[in-house]
Design a protein around this ligand. Structure first.
Ligand code: ATP
Ligand code: MG
Length: 391
């Protein structure tokens, strides 16, 4: 079947009140942004839908992939557009559509008619019964089932008519850019890319920060994070990825503070530095891939101690998920295979044999006092030497 157009349906935007048009316009812009590298598509808003007209010679699969990666799209249907609106032509076009679309016609169907143009002389119930009859007459294997049909063949009558019978599921969520920005702490693991995806899905623009510890962590470990950011960016806008050299700060903590507290102390410094970049990017929050109890640094006590240095909200969309559930999500969004590549992370290199699982905030703060003014210089140095990669 040679489709020239798609109809996009959106769910949650549909229930927005007075500012609905803002969300619709954002979705239209996002769809256009995702499709424009593929060709000269026309994307227009039309009565609660977005209608996409494809350029000649466009690639169907690439278009479907791009739409599946656009938040705000609930689903989309490849449609046949009929310009000539006389009834005989509509009937013939629907018969032709079914003839071409389905090789095997041994299925049950229901006609669904939507009459956007109330001037059209035939009512929706009439359209359904007449079209149903015509199809049954033309294709003898077809059967009608109005309650539980295998195929719903839809005819929408507007200024033009649209025929479709398949809806491809989109990613859902809200268009990127309708909900402010956030700074994702992106490690090379399984969790943080999924956390970023979940936040971006609600319309948030993502930026990211990665802490590495050369020469203890390799160039390949850094490349892995860049690759993860690239995979995430298929769903998002451009990601501004800050790469912070954390080595000196880690060494200083390692040499000065009790080793069982290392991870918590490092996490507190990561949060502090992430906030500096978050403020620079006008972000309204930080995002991490933490989940209660997953590791020693993610017990409620550890999160309490880490969170104590944060002055902006920290979003932890995976907080109640089991690892198994996060793995399923990572596979679905396409980051899992990269995440499991076996490159070292800065946290695991300086990790203690027996980390605290129930850190006490005042004892953590006391340990930080052991770090004199020098740590501030190290933070400034780390911030100033940070590399920015635009993805
Ligand atoms: P992940 O799979 O996302 O790496 P994890 O299970 O390894 O998570 P931790 O290493 O305890 O968990 O990290 C918890 C969270 O802290 C991560 O999800 C991420 O948001 C952040 N984080 C950890 N290490 C780094 C890093 N090197 N750079 C940036 N963020 C990090
Ligand atoms: Mg990690």
């Amino acid at each position: 079947m040679n489709y020239k157009a798609f109809l996009v349906k959106y769910a949650e935007i549909g229930v927005k009140g007075n500012n609905r048009h803002i969300f619709e316009k954002a979705l239209r812009d996002r769809i256009l942004q995702k499709l424009s590298p593929l060709g000269d598509y026309h994307v227009v808003r039309e009565q609660g839908r977005i209608f996409i007209e494809c350029p000649d010679g466009y690639d169907y699969e690439d278009t479907v992939e791009a739409l599946k990666h656009t938040f705000g799209v609930w689903g989309f249907s490849p449609v046949v557009v009929i310009e000539q609106m006389d009834w005989e032509n509509l009937v013939e076009s629907v018969c032709e559509y079914v003839g071409q679309c389905y090789e095997n016609k041994n299925f049950t169907f229901k006609i669904e008619a939507k009459r956007g143009d109330k001037q059209y002389p035939i009512t929706s119930p009439e359209i359904c019964s007449k079209l149903g009859e015509a199809l049954l007459k033309r294709f003898l294997d077809l059967r009608v089932d109005v309650h539980n049909p295998e195929k719903r063949i839809t005819l929408e009558v507007r200024k033009r008519a649209y025929i479709y019978s398949e809806t491809i599921k989109g990613s859902g969520g809200m268009p990127i850019g309708t909900a402010g920005s956030a700074m994702l702490l992106l490690s090379g693991g399984i969790d943080s890319p999924v956390a970023g995806y979940q936040i971006a899905k609600r319309g948030v623009v993502l930026n990211a920060v990665y802490f590495h510890a050369p020469p203890y962590t390799s160039e390949r470990a850094k490349q892995k994070v860049v690759d993860l950011a690239k995979q995430l960016s298929k769903y998002t806008d451009t990601i501004r990825l800050y790469i912070v050299n954390f080595t000196k700060i880690q060494m200083e903590i390692y040499e000065t503070c009790p080793h069982e507290q290392l991870t918590i102390l490092m996490r507190r410094f990561m949060m502090r530095i992430a906030q500096i970049f978050a403020e620079k990017e006008n972000c309204l929050g930080l995002v991490t891939g933490e989940s209660i109890g997953q590791v020693a640094s993610q017990t409620m006590h550890s999160l309490f101690a880490t969170n104590a240095v944060c002055t902006m909200p920290v979003y932890r969309p995976l907080i109640g998920l089991d690892k198994e559930e996060i793995v399923v999500a990572a596979k679905k969004i396409g980051t899992y295979e990269t995440s499991i590549l076996p490159y070292e992370d800065c946290c695991t290199i300086f990790v203690a044999k027996h980390p605290v699982t129930h850190p006490n905030l005042s004892s953590i703060e006391k340990s930080e006092l052991l770090l004199d003014e020098h740590i501030k210089e190290l933070i400034t140095e780390a911030v100033e030497s940070t590399e920015l990669i635009i993805i």
